[in-house]
Design a protein around this ligand. Structure first.
Ligand code: IMP
Ligand code: MG
Length: 178
C-alpha cells in the first residue's frame, strides 16, 4: 500500500520496511560493538514496541535484559508539551547500564523526563538509541548516542508509531501527505 487513510488523514510511504530493517540491524551492530556490561534496555511504550523487539533479537551481548516504561505526550499530531508517566520502573535499577530505546525523539521533552527518572535511581550509565530523530524540533542538549535516521518535521506513523493510537501495525513508516 502506497497510501493509507487514518482518522480521515492520508499518509504516504516514507521509509519502507526493508530500509527500516537495514537501519535496525545497523543500530544493533553498533550497540553490540560498544561492549556494554550486562545492559538493561528500557523501551518506551507504546511507540517503541516493534523497534525494541527487532533490536533485541539482534543483540548478542551476554546477560542483556529488557524492561518497559510508558510515557505519553502527544495528542493527535501535536505534542502537548507535558509528559504523563503511565507505567514506571518497578525493579531496582541502581548501578545498571541502561540503554533507552525510543521510537522517535521530537522536542526531547519525553527523553528529558526519562533521563531525570533514571538519574533518581542512581543508574551507572545511560545511553540512548532512537530509531527516528527530528533535529529541527529538538529543544534539548542531551546527546543521542544512536540515531537510526534524522527526518524533517513531518508527522509519521507506522512500525509502532501512532496517529491517535492507530497505525502502529503498519510495517512501513508513512508520513502525512500534504
Ligand atoms: P517529544 O517528547 O516531543 O520528543 O516526543 C516524543 C514522543 O512523541 C515519541 O516517543 C512519540 O511517541 C511521539 N511522537 C513524536 N513525533 C511523532 C510522530 O511524528 N508520529 C507519532 N508519534 C510521534
Ligand atoms: Mg505516541
Amino acid at each position: 500500500m502506497k497510501t493509507v487513510i487514518l482518522h480521515n488523514k492520508t499518509f504516504e510511504v516514507f521509509i519502507p520496511e526493508t530500509e527500516i530493517s537495514a537501519i535496525v540491524h545497523s543500530m544493533a551492530n553498533q550497540i553490540n560493538n560498544i561492549g556494554v556490561k550486562d545492559p538493561l534496555f528500557i523501551a518506551v511504550m507504546n511507540g517503541a514496541f516493534l523497534f525494541a523487539a527487532d533490536i533485541m533479537r539482534n543483540i548478542i551481548i551476554p546477560n542483556a535484559e529488557i524492561s518497559f516504561i510508558k510515557l505519553s505526550s502527544y495528542s493527535g499530531t501535536e505534542t502537548t508539551g507535558k509528559v504523563n508517566q503511565l507505567i514506571g520502573i518497578s525493579d531496582d535499577i541502581s548501578g545498571r547500564n541502561i540503554i533507552i530505546l525510543e521510537d522517535i525523539v521530537d522536542t526531547g521533552i519525553t527523553l528529558e523526563k526519562i533521563i531525570s527518572l533514571l538519574e533518581k535511581e542512581n543508574v551507572a550509565d545511560i545511553k540512548i538509541a532512537a530509531l527516528l530523530f527530528k533535529p529541527d524540533a529538538y529543544t534539548k542538549d542531551i546527546s543521542i548516542d544512536y540515531i537510526g535516521k534524522s527526518i524533517a518535521n513531518d508527522f509519521v506513523v507506522g512500525y509502532g508509531l501512532d496517529y491517535d493510537e492507530i497505525g502502529r501495525n503498519l510495517p512501513h513508516i508513512y508520513k502525512l501527505k500534504n
